[in-house]
Write a protein that binds this ligand. Structure first.
Ligand code: AHR
Length: 678
């Protein structure tokens, strides 16, 4: 009724309203123009010159670091669902429970045949006295439960030996109420008193995050069991007994330049007996000798007594995975030293021969012809073609003169036989300090090919050190930023994988990219963490039994890798590298193959910034480009299983006029401008 006060006066009110509107629009337009003008005046200029190629970027520049920590391999990417499948854990029945009305003392026995099967000595002898599930059954809890998908087929297999009356094996998946959600039977088992392999596949009718596996026996009779195994069929490339496809896909999506494996501290072991020995991880699964995982008892706040390395993901599988995702394989070997935070055991220099031989044999395993002993092992495992190994790490995070002595022996032997293989050496645990200086100076003096630097530091440190490599010597050893992550709190104090950390890493990485002349490779660490089985935070990718999500840091890593380019180019503001002035960090590359310029800019402040990229040199920009932004108003923002895409990059088309690209850098943002060059 009162919506227009002049509504009833001869059509006049309409005109007056329109007039007011016109005036208002004019005022808004003038204000907008003034704002644009002010912004244009305040816009800072970033000068980029695609003609000024500063350094080539290595194909393998941005890679991934894989370690079996946080249940990354066993219970993680290695898709085996049965925990302690061969009864070799310290407690042979860890993960298993039995029940049964007809069970009598001695009906389940753990036997040891050490003399005939040294690497996998234990097995389980089952005496079955009944014919029903209730008479005797065995349940396996899986690694924090078993992830089961409705409609998916599961492959069960077992090594068995029986004599006398036949025992029939029933296998099933059950939910938390005990309801059967998938079942199979093993009939017609051999009765020949030899070890045989039996298998059966069956479909699941329901999706359950934490199911259990149960087997029961139709007797009477006695049967010996070993390597009790259950795999989903939807593995990576559908390989039998393979890797979790969703987890490998996360890596493949990053298009990493290399995969560093198998660690990390598990290379060193708690003591020398638990160090990583690659030869024990190849060949038939049942002969791969299990070792306790050194993260099992490392942190009192996250004890993981059921954490062992079964090596179903062994060196062959690591090489194969790297090859599958188009990455270079970068193995790291033990150098005759156990973890210096633990026992710090050393191999005497005179006894280092077998360790060095392991390194030489690894090169043969990876690259040797199938006529060579280790090349034949590779071929017998299904890969006659070489894996094209180019680099090898000697020692993980070792330090001190004792490391240098051992490294020197390795280097002499390896360079004599394989000068084509580049060696990666450790610079210890920290990026500064006496330990670092001792190693860094000695390694540079020895002209070591590549020096592995590690930094787990606060976001502030990453920002303050974004120019760390600006003055590094370009002519000598190259740098591998082999393990790094911004830590919001401390490994044992609830670190977060939040945007603040991711932006600090992105800012720091502008410095890595700008200095690609000396920094040849980089990888965030650690890679994977299981929500119910982790020891260390933050991590790049989180998983549970069925799901996977990337942290904001994952998207930063992925954006760098997918926007790697081929050559670093000059990018300056006020004639200076852009490394923290005005809370902004920037780097730029060109991709000579796709003929594009890629500019990366990080704004770590809570204010929007107005910048304009001014493209110098003789090249013209294409009219259309791509703008990718990772940002949030909340520095604490994280991704989660419930909201996996909370912080993910958003892409927008970019219209380009002339050689100037205006940019509004959002608060707390990582922005990538990608545009063609003519
Ligand atoms: O990435 C976690 C651990 O950090 C690695 O195992 C070790 O190399 C470093 O101390």
């Amino acid at each position: 009724m009162y919506s227009g006060i002049h509504a009833d006066i001869n059509g006049q009110p309409r005109n007056i309203t329109m007039r007011i509107k016109q005036i208002a629009y004019t005022i808004i337009a003038i204000l907008t123009l003034m704002q644009v003008k002010v912004m244009a005046q305040n816009m800072k200029t970033i000068d980029v010159n695609p003609d000024k190629l500063i350094a080539a970027i290595q194909l393998e520049m941005w890679g991934v670091f894989f370690e079996d920590i946080n249940m990354g391999a066993d219970g993680g990417i290695y898709a085996e669902l049965i925990k302690n499948r061969s009864f070799e854990f310290y407690k042979p029945l860890m993960g298993w429970k039995h029940k049964g009305d007809k069970y009598q003392e001695g009906d389940l026995l753990v036997l040891n045949r050490k003399d005939s099967k040294e690497k996998n000595p234990r097995y389980l002898r089952v005496t079955s006295r009944g014919s029903k599930r209730e008479d005797l059954n065995l349940t396996n809890e899986g690694f924090r439960g078993i992830g089961v998908k409705k409609g998916l087929t599961y492959d069960f297999s077992v090594f068995y030996k029986q004599r006398g009356p036949q025992v029939k094996i029933h296998v099933e998946l059950i939910d938390s109420t005990g309801k059967v959600i998938g079942a199979g039977e093993l009939n017609d088992l051999n009765n020949d008193n030899n070890w045989n392999k039996g298998s059966v596949s069956f479909k699941a009718d329901e999706t359950v995050l934490k199911a259990k596996f149960r087997m029961w026996f139709e007797g009477p009779g006695q049967i010996d069991l070993d390597m009790i195994s259950l795999f989903p069929q939807d593995t990576w490339k559908n390989r039998k007994g393979g890797l979790r496809a969703d987890m490998v896909q996360m890596l493949a999506d990053m298009k990493p330049g290399f995969v560093r494996f198998p660690g990390g501290c598990i290379v060193e072991g708690h003591d020398l007996s638990t160090r990583y020995q690659w030869k024990k991880t190849v060949g038939p699964l049942e002969d791969r000798e299990l070792v306790v995982n050194r993260w099992n008892t490392e942190f009192a706040h996250r004890l993981t007594p059921d954490y062992f390395q079964t090596f179903g993901l062994g060196f062959f599988e690591y090489f194969q995975m790297a090859e599958d995702i188009g990455a270079e394989a970068l193995p790291i070997l033990n150098c005759g030293m156990a973890c210096q935070y633990n026992t710090a055991e050393l191999v005497e220099l005179d006894d280092l021969g077998p360790y060095i031989q392991d390194a030489l044999d690894l090169i043969e395993f990876a690259n040797g012809s199938i006529e060579t002993p280790w090349g034949k092992v590779r071929a017998d495992m299904g890969h006659p073609e070489p894996f094209h190994l180019k680099k090898l790490g000697i020692g993980n995070e070792n330090w001190g003169p004792q490391y240098l002595e051992r490294l020197a022996l390795f280097t002499t032997a390896l360079k004599a036989k394989h000068p084509e293989i580049k060696l990666v050496a450790s610079s210890g645990t920290d990026p500064v300090g006496e330990r670092f200086d001792l190693l860094n100076n000695a390694l540079r003096k020895a002209n070591t090919d590549i020096i592995d630097e590690h930094y787990y530091r606060s976001p502030k440190w990453f920002l303050e050190n974004a120019n760390r490599y600006d003055n590094y010597d370009r002519s000598g050893s190259k740098v591998f930023a082999g393990e790094y992550a911004a830590h919001s709190a401390g490994v044992t104090k609830g670190n977060k994988s939040n945007l603040e950390c991711a932006l600090a890493e992105a800012a720091f990485m502008t410095g890595l990219e700008r200095n690609a002349a000396v920094v040849n490779m980089a990888s965030y660490a650690p890679l994977f963490a299981h929500a119910d089985g982790w020891q260390w935070t933050p991590d790049l990718i989180w998983v549970d039994n069925l799901n996977v999500y990337g942290t904001p840091s994952y998207y930063v890593q992925k954006l760098y890798s997918l926007n790697k380019g081929t050559n670093v180019i000059s990018i300056l503001a006020d004639n200076k590298v852009i490394s923290g002035q005005d809370s902004v960090y920037a780097s730029a590359v060109v991709d000579q193959a796709t003929k594009e310029m890629i500019v990366k800019v990080v704004n770590v402040s809570n204010e929007e910034k107005a910048y304009a990229i001014n493209v110098q040199g003789g090249k013209k920009l294409a009219a259309k480009g791509l703008l990718t932004i990772l940002n949030s108003a909340n520095l604490d923002a994280e991704n989660s299983f419930e909201n996996a895409i909370n912080i993910t990059p958003k892409e927008n088309k970019l219209s380009v006029k002339g050689n100037r690209i205006p940019l509004r850098l959002k608060p707390y943002s990582f922005t990538i401008v990608r545009v063609g060059l003519k």
